[in-house]
Design a protein around this ligand. Structure first.
Ligand code: M6R
Length: 612
């Protein structure tokens, strides 16, 4: 997830672009850049780090900027392809430095296109997928940037929000959308295009939301919208009723809720371009260089902390059941103290959203010291763990701002499912099984949208239970790690006592605590262990427990044992935790928000734990 902004109009573009970048900084902040058309040509500048670093490099009162500019684009980056560096920062341009563009999304077929364009003599300077679009436009340019863009877009695969200008057509700013958001703000004096309304709302509340496969051709305050068949599309402006603060959160009261609701998109981004359905295979580009070593390993050790470790525990079940590879999960903070028995046929896989968690990094160093292959599932490109591991897979979910991890968790579990298919297909998994898992993975975003519709129902359940001080979370098999995750979510943002247990463990001690004041959240989809979970629920009911059950849509019978029921759509058993996580996140969120907690920044916690 990156932030893009473009302006064309009567006012000076630069201050509007810089202000827009600051408002979009929450979407990504590893590097930034701006390009404006001036009387003396295009002025472009880029910097690594936050927007303030870019600002330091701009002197608005000296030429060429002193003459002002009525056209420009800017970008704040969240790296996906290529490390955070000046050369990889946007805007990118063609060989002649005339066509400039900023991009949010991932161009899936950039390698094929790049190879083709290099053969034709184009010179690439960055490692990004984005630069290919600038050279493609240069290659196809027919004197009209709008027509050329429509032709180029027909050749692109993947997701994009693009803002583009050509120095030879300075009365035109173009925007194009497919998969990544873009909104156009209409003011008296000009037009602003941005990734979201937070960059626009200071100037206007009149906006037009671009839909997928639409191109906007903007000149001052006139605009035309085309589809990819070059037909014009009529669009109505909408009036935003949010204030500036709410706009960064897309109207949500907290980043956590926004991130929970972002999951259908973030999960789709994690899967994008990685599934070859017809072959029942996955393509994890970051693991290409170690594919043969991965084929040879006989054991996998997963090390991670907190939520990332819970995802790892789900991965353990997936990999052992479907890939037949012995897997164990460690607390990263314990990995080097317990003297694990490791040999060269073992690989270490670490999972970390931030890529900076000190304990996880220490586990990587320990494993490297022992000569092990080290792999990572990391969200932040270029982070310490991404650099320290031999190879890895990025989540591609954009920044996670709320301390409580939500969209990273579902993405981590989904990537572990992809890894399961990769490991499985290298071993004994059939094409049919590989294809089945992949197909079910691709269906998850839509199913997540269904779950989000239950948010208000979950809020009412949270209200009902808001006076209780203790909660138990139970799950079995794939959903046992989810019991830990559900409890962690509740405790970290509500400060209530919550504990996760394997359902079968209750009768070995914890059930002694249970009475009418200790509600139980039971994760019980209709899977291979449902009957056992149902018996556990009855045992708890007999002890006066109040039960909130999460189960598969259509399961009416569970109402005989549960006080409250939240339904999730059916999916493959190994993928149920990805869906069941969402009601748990929503329950924790609503309960904490109702109690007036500082949901996004809970006390005593930090987003990135860089001390051991
Ligand atoms: O950045 P990491 O994924 O390495 O962080 C690991 C944990 O600190 C993190 O998941 C933590 O448990 C979350 N706050 C839980 O919501």
């Amino acid at each position: 997830m990156c932030g893009i902004v473009g302006y064309i109009g009567k006012n000076n573009a630069l201050p509007i672009l810089m202000d827009g970048l600051k408002r979009l900084e929450y979407r990504g902040y590893d590097s930034a850049g701006v390009a404006v058309k001036t009387d003396q040509g295009v002025f472009a500048v880029k910097a690594v780090g936050k927007i303030v670093e870019l600002e330091k490099k701009i002197t608005p009162l000296t030429p060429p900027l002193s003459g002002g500019s009525n056209l420009g684009i800017a970008h704040t980056r969240w790296a996906t392809h290529g490390a955070p560096s000046e050369v990889n920062a946007h805007p990118h341009c063609d060989c002649q430095r005339k066509i400039w563009l900023a991009h949010n999304g991932i161009i899936e077929n950039y390698q094929e296109l790049k190879a083709l364009l290099i053969k034709k003599g184009h010179k690439f300077v960055s490692e990004t997928d984005t630069e290919v679009v600038a050279h493609l436009l240069e290659d196809l340019y027919d004197g009209n940037l709008t027509n050329t863009l429509i032709k180029a877009l027909r050749l692109l695969k993947g997701a994009y929000g693009l803002v583009i200008f050509h120095a030879a057509e300075p009365t035109k700013l173009l925007a194009a959308k497919c998969g990544s958001p873009l909104v156009i703000g209409l003011t008296e004096d000009g037009t602003i295009v941005a990734s979201d309304v937070s960059a626009i709302i200071r100037y206007t509340k009149q906006v037009i939301y671009l839909d997928d496969n639409e191109v906007a051709e903007i000149s001052g305050h006139d605009f035309k919208i085309y589809n990819l068949q070059s037909e014009t599309v009529a669009k109505q402006a909408k009036t935003i009723d949010w204030d500036i603060e709410a706009s960064e959160k897309a109207g949500f009261p907290h980043f956590m809720l926004k991130e929970i609701f972002d999951q259908p998109n973030s999960l789709a981004n994690s899967l994008r371009g990685r599934i070859i359905l017809s072959d029942g295979k996955v393509k994890l580009g970051g693991l290409d260089i170690v594919a043969e070593k991965v084929r040879a390993i006989e054991k996998l050790v997963i090390a991670a902390c907190g939520t990332a470790r819970h995802a790892g525990l789900i991965g353990e079940y997936m990999i052992e059941e479907y890939a037949g590879l012995s897997t164990e999960v460690d607390y990263a903070s314990e990995f080097r103290y317990r003297q694990p028995v490791l040999d060269k046929k073992t690989a270490l896989l670490v999972i970390s959203q931030s890529g900076e968690t000190a304990d996880t990094l220490a586990a990587v160093q320990e494993a490297k010291g022992k000569g092990l292959l080290t792999l990572g599932i990391v969200n932040v490109v270029g982070s310490s763990i991404a650099r320290a591991t031999d190879a890895g897979v990025y989540n591609h979910i954009g920044p996670e701002i709320s301390v409580a991890s939500t969209k990273a968790f579902t993405s981590q579990a989904a990537i572990l499912a992809l890894l399961t298919v990769m490991l499985g297909r290298q071993r004994q998994m059939s094409l049919v099984m590989g294809e089945r898992i992949c197909r079910e993975l691709l269906a998850l975003p839509e199913k997540m949208r269904e779950i989000l519709k239950t948010s208000e129902q979950i809020k009412k359940i949270a209200e009902k239970y808001s006076k209780f001080a203790h909660f138990a979370y139970l799950g079995r098999k794939y959903n046992q790690p989810l019991a830990f995750e559900g409890a962690l979510k509740l405790k970290e943002i509500s400060y209530l006592h919550a504990e996760g247990f394997a359902s079968g463990e209750m009768k070995h001690g914890p059930i002694a605590m249970i009475d009418g004041n200790f509600p139980v959240v039971m994760i019980a989809p209709q899977d291979s262990v449902y009957e056992k979970n149902y018996s556990n629920m009855q045992e708890l009911k007999a002890r006066g427990a109040k039960i909130i059950a999460i189960t598969t849509a259509g399961n009416e019978k569970i109402k005989e044992a549960a006080d409250d029921v939240i339904y999730i759509p059916k999916t493959l058993e190994m993928l149920t935790p990805i869906l069941a996580a969402m009601p748990l996140q929503l329950f924790a969120y609503h309960l904490a928000a109702l109690s007036g907690r500082d949901v996004d920044k809970p006390r005593n916690l930090a987003k990135s734990v860089t001390v051991e």
